[in-house]
Design a protein around this ligand. Structure first.
Ligand SMILES: [Zn+2]
Length: 198
């Protein structure tokens, strides 16, 4: 792939998308650049005017690319993350659940050794300078992706907001399923207090 001011990804010039990644992440994270191509391909396949939800199959990098380049976020419930460490995402019509799955194809990636080594965690990070890696990712682009049409059969349910209680000890609202008191006040929290509330 050449000339990233002419190539369009996710409705804008690739160069602009790369700047957005840098602004969001602090640098042009290769995983997010890869994710950008994946989101772009999935959007092309599903077509415009579809109310789409997304499922990603890894916690690493890919969720950020989805949140940056689609309206789907963890917070609005349109993005679901499966912690499977698979570099794949599915974009699907939230009404019909028909859509497409796009994934990083290892067989295709073998043609891009730096990218392959980085992805498979075969080489220490320091031996793969970011510039070199980024060059390989941009050279590869959609050439390392595969895709298929799918019907989503599970994990499509939105997490509903449940009933809440007020904790008699700390006075904070919390999910009622936790019981009478919030988990923190039951001694099952993740912190201890180092000062009085103020
Ligand atoms: Zn409490």
């Amino acid at each position: 792939m050449k000339n990233d001011s002419l190539i369009m990804t996710c409705g804008r010039p690739l160069a602009q998308c790369l700047e957005e990644i840098e602004a969001f992440h602090g640098f042009k994270a290769p995983g997010m650049v890869l994710g950008l191509f994946m989101v772009h391909r999935a959007q092309e396949l599903i077509g415009s005017g579809i109310e789409a939800d997304v499922i990603v199959e890894t916690r690493h990098c890919l969720p950020d690319a989805v949140q940056l380049f689609t309206p789907c976020t963890v917070g609005n419930g349109w993005l679901k993350i499966l912690d499977w460490d698979k570099y794949a995402l599915s974009l699907y019509d939230r009404h019909t659940r028909e859509g497409c799955r796009v994934w990083f194809d290892l067989a295709k990636a073998r043609a891009f050794p730096v990218l392959y080594q980085w992805f498979m965690r075969l080489a220490p990070k320091k031996s793969l300078p970011l510039e070199m890696l980024l060059e390989d990712v941009l050279a590869a682009g959609p050439a390392v992706l595969s895709e298929r049409s799918i019907q989503v059969t599970d994990f499509y349910n939105r997490q509903k907001k449940d009933r809440i209680n007020i904790c008699p000890d700390c006075g904070e609202a919390f999910a009622a399923v936790q019981g009478e008191r919030c988990l923190a006040c039951q001694g099952k929290g993740y912190y201890r207090s180092r000062s009085q509330p103020s």
